[in-house]
Write a protein that binds this ligand. Structure first.
Ligand code: NAD
Length: 304
């Protein structure tokens, strides 16, 4: 397969999507804001393939072939028209995503997708001239390990587009669910609820982050606790999602002040090396870290 697959944004998710798309035979164009960021992303991808070879999941020739399918682009202006797929994975800000999607649409992709975790597809489609080709393509982190692809059908999404997204899921080795366009869809609305409540419990001093996580892993059979998951997702990403859901559903999704404080202090989780846990070279390197508590009182006004 040599379909052209463009991924915009090479952060946590864009890298994972590019990794999986290249592994499934697509010719991937990975778009970053500039060449320095793009080169850093390519180095992270090379590390991922090296690790997969070391762990015996891929042989070295396959890893080299996958890597050779990735081409870096510094901006969408460097992408040739009419790719088969463009997926945007830029930060969770509606205005930024709308600007990126408008530029992407001008390249006339057959399928245009957003990896948004929470923003309604209808909002993102507002400025598009061909919204029938657009849908949510919500991948999960880490993309190579998570089977789910949540396909979000906007009010203008054509049936053919949904069908193409389901076919794409199969080619990428993903198992899709097709969901209606509501803020937070079927996944983030539930998952973020648990994560925000766990953060409020840390602020209330109910237990340490490690014990709150352990309670959910051993008591409810979750594969990972809600605070460690927040570290993996990125505290900044979760904060953006909480704000989107707060605007849609009210203060039950108000970001806990502790989350706002940790993000302001640069404790973003795995990607910054420090969140509720410490991380070294992408691996958890100890128990949970003490966090400054805010006294537990929820203050939606302060969090806005
Ligand atoms: P991130 O901050 O790790 O990465 C975003 C990347 O986009 C950065 O590398 C940034 O340089 C790049 N970028 C910004 N503007 C750009 C532009 N105009 N052109 C090209 N690149 C640009 O964010 P992330 O965690 O990868 O999240 C991306 C999206 O995926 C968000 O919508 C988020 O809600 C969603 N998402 C995240 C997770 C997760 O676990 N982190 C899971 C599912 C979905």
């Amino acid at each position: 397969m040599t379909e052209r697959f463009v991924v915009v944004g090479a952060g946590t998710m864009g890298l994972g999507i590019a990794y999986v798309a290249a592994g499934s035979g697509h010719a991937v164009e990975l778009v970053e804001v500039d060449r320095d960021r793009g080169d850093a992303a390519l180095r992270r991808l090379a590390d991922l393939w090296e690790r997969a070879v070391r762990r015996g999941r891929l042989d070295a020739d396959q890893a080299d072939a996958n890597q050779a399918r990735i081409t870096l682009r510094a901006g969408l202006a460097e992408v040739a028209p009419a790719p088969d797929v463009i997926v945007e994975a830029v930060p969770e800000r509606a205005d930024l995503k709308r600007a990126v999607l408008a530029e992407a649409e001008a390249l006339r992709p057959a399928l245009l997708g957003s990896n948004t975790s929470s923003i309604p597809i209808a909002d993102l489609a507002a400025g598009l001239t061909r919204p029938e080709r657009f849908c949510g393509l919500h991948f999960f982190n880490p993309v190579w390990a998570m089977a789910l692809l949540e396909i979000v059908v906007g009010p203008a999404t054509a049936v053919e587009t949904t069908d193409a997204a389901v076919t794409l899921a199969g080619r990428l080795g993903k198992d899709p669910v097709v969901v209606r366009d509501m803020p937070g869809f079927a996944t983030s609305r539930l998952g973020v609820t648990l994560g925000l409540e766990a953060i409020r419990m840390v602020a209330d001093g109910v237990a340490s982050p490690a014990d709150i996580d352990k309670a959910m892993v051993l008591g409810y059979r979750h594969p990972i606790g809600p605070l460690e998951l927040t570290d993996l997702v990125g505290l900044d990403v979760r904060l953006d999602i909480a704000r989107t859901l707060q605007a849609a559903y009210g203060d039950r999704f108000a970001p806990p002040p502790l989350l706002v404080e940790l993000v302001a202090a640069g404790r973003l989780g795995k990607k910054s090396g420090h969140g509720f846990y410490r991380w070294t070279d992408g691996v958890r390197s100890g128990g949970s870290e003490p966090v400054a508590t805010t006294g537990g009182a929820e203050s939606p006004e302060a969090a806005r």
